[in-house]
Design a protein around this ligand. Structure first.
Ligand SMILES: *Cc1c(COP(=O)(O)O)cnc(C)c1O
Length: 417
């Protein structure tokens, strides 16, 4: 459920007409609903209310400071994958003790920044990373908390590009090799073993892969107890899917019930790293129809938003619902909705029956709150679009539209030209 609904023939974000936002801020624009963000966070939080847990929102899904602040206010922590994301989360006021740091390629300066900031733990993704973190922590005279990200080799049955928990993936440490890494960590002077972690993929629409992964992790936790290693945290990653089209992902309550059932005897503090589930349906991208081209072979609706603004369709062939901001079109047609970018992959919608949009119509691309703005780029020298947050009958710009001057910021002509 989200708060992008029609009142009469007009699409609203909560109690604000989308048309009113575009009139003030321009097009294209990302619009987020604060009530939807809060609702999704609370649903996840309440699903685990009966046990100690922390919801560490995955910053990469949508890293706007206002989005982070909204979750932090509700008691959330964050899952980060870079020093830049740590910077953002700290700027938004996160409690460092609620920060977990994942990612296969952490640099020394990022490790140092995270240790100095006092984060809760690093999710270790390789043997060499473990050594590196021990070394950097030693240099700083500190101890670094760690969990080992285990690759449980389960198939989440999602898109191959967002599958991360199979043996062939670059992520985590194979489950058979995890015990030896814990044994190594146990002997390291500047490492404090705190937990175990897995994140098997994204946009999962079933609970069973999560449960399969937990069953494998449980055996490992018992093995560790035998070695005198008593963990505090079990980090189950993110990955719970959302409805883009006709998917039927489990509700957070059902996901929670299955996980609690499977983990209760462990008595560990649970960590979660949801991204998409919290923000995906809390945001839309609004663009304007510039031109229509009706051909014998294909119809095109050309809009002012492109793959540089919303990359998911081009990257994964993913589905975003399309809605007219004003319902005043005559009938429907089968068309592609495409952007202005000079690439054939630049489409937002492919071969779908959509309203018969005309020049000037505003079009909402639904479910664009996750991996939307964060994946956007300046390709074709297009300034990145504005972001707006709505709350009730109010809205504010939470990121200014970039200017032409922003496009060349930092560029310099060399002296030899
Ligand atoms: C991307 C990512 C997440 C969030 O995934 P969602 O599918 O958006 O919930 C969580 N943990 C890690 C380690 C990630 O890389």
């Amino acid at each position: 459920m989200h708060h992008f609904q029609y009142k009469g023939d007009e699409l609203y974000a909560e109690d604000v007409a989308i048309k009113e936002i575009v009139a003030k801020v321009g097009s294209p624009v990302y619009i987020y609903s604060q009530a939807t963000l809060a609702r999704h966070f609370k649903a996840m939080d309440e699903a685990f209310a009966s046990v100690p847990h922390t919801i560490c929102y995955s910053v990469k899904a949508n890293s706007n400071l206002a989005v982070l602040k909204n979750f932090i206010n509700l008691g959330g922590g964050v899952d980060i994958v870079s020093g830049g994301e740590l910077y953002r989360a700290l700027a938004a006021g996160v409690d460092p003790k609620k920060v977990v740091y994942s990612g296969v390629g952490k640099r020394d300066d990022e490790i140092e920044y995270a240790i100095e900031s006092g984060i809760l733990l690093f999710n270790i993704e390789s043997e060499q990373e473990l050594d590196r973190i021990n070394e950097v922590a030693g240099r700083l005279g500190k101890k670094a908390g760690i969990a080992i990200r285990v690759n449980p080799d389960v198939d989440p049955e999602t898109h191959p590009y967002i599958t991360t928990g199979l043996k062939k993936a670059k992520f985590g440490i194979n489950i058979e090799r995890a015990l030896e890494q814990y044994a190594r960590a146990q002997k390291m002077a500047n490492i404090e073993i705190l937990g175990i972690d897995c994140h098997i993929g994204s946009q999962l629409t079933k609970v069973s892969p999560f449960v399969d992964a937990i069953k494998k992790l449980k055996r490992l936790v018992e093995g560790l107890r035998g070695m005198g290693i008593n963990l505090k945290y079990l980090d189950l990653g993110g990955g719970l899917g959302i409805q883009y089209n006709d998917e039927e992902p489990p509700l957070p309550s059902a996901y929670g019930a299955s996980i609690l059932e499977e983990t209760k005897e462990l008595g560990l503090h649970l960590l979660f790293e949801p991204g998409r589930n919290l923000v995906g349906n809390a945001g839309i991208l609004v663009g304007k129809c510039l031109f229509t081209k009706k051909g014998e072979e294909k119809n095109f609706v050309i809009v002012d938003a492109g793959m540089n603004d919303l990359a998911r369709p081009a990257l994964y062939g993913s589905f975003h619902g399309v809605k007219p901001v004003m319902k005043d079109q005559d009938g429907v047609l089968v068309a592609d909705v495409v952007g202005p970018i000079c690439e054939s992959g630049d489409f937002l919608v492919k071969d779908r029956e959509i309203p018969n949009f005309k020049q000037g119509d505003l079009i909402a691309f639904m479910s664009a709150g996750a991996y939307g703005f964060t994946m956007s780029s300046n390709y074709n020298s297009r300034p990145r679009v504005a972001e707006v947050m709505v709350s009730g009958d109010k809205f504010e710009v939470i990121r200014e539209r970039e200017t032409m001057a922003d496009l060349v910021k930092g560029e310099k002509l060399p002296s030899f030209l």
